[in-house]
Design a protein around this ligand. Structure first.
Ligand code: 4AD
Length: 429
């Protein structure tokens, strides 16, 4: 058997090819039937006629319905009128499964397509999304291996919160209770004392009640933690990583990006370095743009959309007031009301895709911050131990891969960027 893409070339013309896949379209005029066959690599037109098949075989093929599965053998020739410029005149075939109908046709509602996501995955659009996601995950991993990082596997069932108790999912656990991990950060911090540079890709869980276009309850989180690196050093790694991932997608998936209507030239211009703007300065800029924002305001999805339409590259926002972020961020020694952290906001209205920064590495300060946040320091004994034995300056970040995918593909909603979205209202299919 061959892949369709591998036979769509002049060298194959005149040869017999063996293909298998699914009926994408079918059109018959009685004597001639044209079937568009698709596989994971592409599509090709098959021609069925009583010329090279028996009359009853031709009839059987002519009555096929889309998404039936089949095998096809025939001679390939060039045909400018055909979908991908080639046509295979069938000499034999095998039907694996004959469908009576297929529930999905064009112009169906959003909810119907979400209920039938398991079937919608086969559409050309969603196949393109899946191929691009695959490149994003691979490129992220490749980048970190090429830069001397180790991949590690933290647990998913945990007994500590990293991002606040309000978005924790609780799970019964043999008469007790555990939570689903919101972030692998604290565990990644444990690994740097042996490996120095580590990363992981794992699902994170947030009991998010917000119904924005960018929130999931289960999302894919790519996180890294690095010894001896400060906030600036961390941003330098991240911007190179984003450039690497975006340029890999442009290289590997130009066809899929165009199919989705993405402006590929825009992505080609995503090159490091990215601008860095202090939170305080950003608030002044926001006021100049006429936005109703002042120092101390949190940036939600709406505010970030209004800010990032002004940028054509991702932008780092640094030095947030410590009141806006959680307890583990390291205060700026020059101005302890602000912290040495950053968010990376994607342009074109997309907003935050990364949160990161320097971690507090002084034991007493960390304990104090935990008490301020009403956290039970005993639950975090292992996290505090890291500050007792050979503590070092270090930084890290977390990247929402579904948000990154959503921006790269310029999709309207994060649900379109992940195969089986989990939101406050959806756990099926
Ligand atoms: O900003 P967050 O909450 O930061 C952390 O979890 C840190 N502990 C990460 C770290 O430093 N290792 O989340 C990081 C990123 C966000 O920038 C966003 O891209 C994504 O995770 N994210 C979500 N993506 C989809 N749905 C949600 N509900 C998300 N919440 C966060």
């Amino acid at each position: 058997m061959q892949n369709i893409k591998d036979v769509l070339n002049l060298e194959s013309v005149g040869k017999t090819v063996h293909l298998r896949g699914w009926v994408y379209r079918i059109r018959t005029s009685g004597k001639l039937t044209f079937i568009i066959l698709r596989d994971s690599s592409g599509m090709v037109q098959l021609l069925s006629s009583a010329r090279s098949l028996k009359e009853d075989e031709h009839k059987e093929l002519s009555s096929l319905v889309i998404e039936s599965s089949m095998e096809a053998t025939g001679v390939i020739r060039e045909d400018k009128r055909a979908v991908t410029g080639y046509e295979v005149e069938l000499s034999s075939y095998k039907i694996y499964q004959r469908n009576d109908n297929f529930p999905i046709s064009r112009d169906l509602g959003e909810e119907f397509l979400l209920d039938n996501r398991h079937l919608w995955l086969r559409s050309r659009e969603f196949s393109a999304v899946l191929k691009i996601r695959s490149t994003i995950f691979k490129a992220f991993t490749d980048f970190y291996y090429e830069n001397g990082f180790y991949q590690v596997q933290p647990p998913i069932m945990v007994s500590t919160a990293t991002e606040g108790g309000s978005t924790l999912f609780k799970v019964p656990f043999f008469g007790d209770e555990v939570s689903l991990s919101q972030s692998s950060q604290f565990y990644l911090e444990t690994f740097i004392f042996s490996l120095e540079k580590v990363f992981t890709i794992a699902p994170s869980f947030r009991a998010e009640k917000s119904r924005t276009r960018r929130h999931l309850t289960e999302y894919w989180h790519a996180e890294a933690e690095v010894a001896w690196v400060d906030n600036e050093g961390m941003m330098e790694i991240e911007e190179r990583m984003i450039e690497y991932v975006v340029s890999s997608v442009v290289r590997e998936n130009e066809e899929e990006l165009r199919l989705l209507g993405r402006d590929v030239e825009f992505l080609k211009n995503i090159k490091a370095p990215f601008p860095r703007i202090r939170y305080g300065r950003l608030m002044e800029m926001a006021q100049e743009w006429g936005l109703n924002l002042k120092y101390g305001d949190d940036l939600g999805a709406d505010e970030e959309r209004e800010i990032t339409v002004h940028f054509d590259k991702p932008v780092f926002v640094t030095h947030y007031p410590s009141s806006l972020k959680t307890f583990y961020h390291r205060p700026d020694p020059d101005n302890p009301d602000e912290i040495l952290c950053h968010d990376l906001l994607a342009p074109e209205g997309y907003g935050e895709i990364i949160g990161g920064g320097e971690r507090i590495w002084d034991l007493d300060l960390l304990k104090k911050r935990m008490v301020d946040y009403n956290l039970n320091t005993e639950d975090y004994y292992w996290y505090l131990d890291l500050r007792k034995y050979g503590s070092i300056p270090h930084s890290g970040f977390g990247l929402g891969l579904d948000r990154l995918a959503m921006w790269i593909m310029h999709l309207d909603n994060i649900r379109e960027a992940i195969p089986f979205p989990r939101t406050i209202r959806r756990t099926k299919p």
